[in-house]
Design a protein around this ligand. Structure first.
Ligand code: NAD
Ligand code: DAU
Length: 337
């Protein structure tokens, strides 16, 4: 795989993926197409802006003309589609843009991948398409899709379109379904960086409901290595769950953050719950472990400490993303909770 179009490569996971390729795959050229929404930030790739194997383009995946031009100009072999509206709470407030990017945008990329006969199309999906688990059980790749939020409904719709393009036109695709990521450069609308930022500023930590909701956390670098293995080694048409068996309640995660930062538990504030909040996610990643010999590089206990320390040591980045519009967002999301 030589020339890859990475969409959403200025976001949290996309920028970590681009960085991993530029550091570890010297013969690979990345065209990075990102609309730079509130979640996209070129500072995430500061060191790599001028890298000879990296070409950044500000643009929308819904702009088919631009995507076709980039594919021809850079002889693109494969698309890895990270671009998305990714935050569940925002999808509850404003679902429409989730259809535009996550569904209609993916459809445009699929039509182009089909017409240009690309070697591979990797759709970066999520475990949230499977819905919610009770206290027992795990999601496997054959768990029926049962999305609960507008965000996960849009991701599930995109997954169906990808598989339908494979079935109807034979496009060579893979779908990845990863659990919750954490790590450097995550925008502080998501739970872990939001709690770190609030704790650093001695602000309340808004824990939704009873705080006993369970997420299965994976270090972002480990998600990236899994996507790379799937892109380069998987059989077309296969779907892979990605996860590291790190189930934690939200209160457990918040407790680790407070302890590392030396802040008191009294900062925890239970607030009004997220409507339709999925109770528990847990991933069975046996397929990617057995078929592609993928394994996570760190435990949750190691990764979370590295992550908290990264935010401590990169206060400039954090300060720049929580200024301006973020304050308005925070106010509107949390004032009535
Ligand atoms: P993010 O919100 O941090 O980044 C999304 C990026 O996509 C941003 O840079 C944004 O500017 C860009 N983008 C949005 N709309 C676009 C458009 N129309 N055209 C081009 N670019 C556009 O999201 P993330 O957390 O990095 O997630 C990346 C992908 O991984 C998403 O598809 C998400 O569904 C999936 N995923 C995320 C997680 C997680 O825990 N964060 C877990 C599993 C899967
Ligand atoms: O499972 C994968 C998914 O994980 C991805 O597909 C999504 O893009 C990503 O945003 C994430 O979704 P979640 O809704 O699980 O992540 P979030 O960080 O928003 O919330 C994690 C948990 O923390 C969830 O139970 C809600 C809770 N929470 C979240 C916020 C923002 C709080 O208690 N308080 C908060 O302020």
């Amino acid at each position: 795989m030589r020339n890859i179009l990475v969409t959403g490569g200025a976001g949290f996971i996309g920028s970590n993926f681009v960085r991993m390729i530029l550091e570890e795959q010297k013969d690979c050229f990345v065209v990075n197409l990102d609309k730079l929404t509130y979640a996209g930030n070129l500072e995430n790739l500061k060191k790599y802006k001028e890298h000879s194997n990296h070409h950044f383009v500000k643009g929308d995946i819904c702009d088919g003309k631009l995507v076709k031009k980039l594919i021809d100009e850079f002889n693109v072999d494969a698309i890895v589609n990270f671009a998305a509206e990714s935050h569940v709470d925002r999808s509850i407030e404003e679902p429409k843009v989730f259809i535009d990017t996550n569904v209609a945008g993916t459809l445009i990329l699929l039509e182009i991948a089909r017409d240009k006969e690309l070697e591979r199309f990797v759709q970066v999906s999520t475990d949230e398409v499977y819905g919610s688990l009770g206290p027992e059980g795990v999601f496997t790749e054959t768990t029926p899709l049962s999305p609960n939020s507008p965000y996960s409904a849009s991701k599930a719709a995109a997954d169906h379109f990808v598989a339908a393009f494979g079935h109807t036109w034979g496009i060579r695709y893979n779908i990845t379904r990863c659990s919750n990521n954490y790590g450097q450069y995550q925008f502080p609308e998501k739970m872990i960086p939001l709690m770190i930022n609030n704790a650093l500023n001695n602000k309340d930590l808004p824990v939704y409901g009873d705080g006993l909701y369970v997420r299965d956390w994976l270090y972002v670098y480990d998600h990236c290595t899994a996507v790379w293995k799937i892109l380069t080694e998987a059989t077309p048409g296969e779907i892979y769950n990605i996860g590291g068996c790190n189930e934690k309640t939200n209160l457990e995660v918040v407790g680790i953050i407070l302890e590392r930062l030396g802040k008191p538990d009294s900062l925890i504030k239970h607030v009004k719950d997220r409507p339709g909040h999925d109770r528990r996610y847990a991933i069975d990643a046996t397929k990617i472990i057995n078929e592609l010999s993928w394994e996570p590089s760190v435990t949750f206990e190691e990764g979370i400490i590295e992550t908290i320390d990264w935010y401590l040591n990169n206060n400039d980045w954090l300060e720049s993303v929580v200024s301006g519009d973020y304050q308005k967002y925070y106010e509107s999301m949390y004032k009535d909770r």
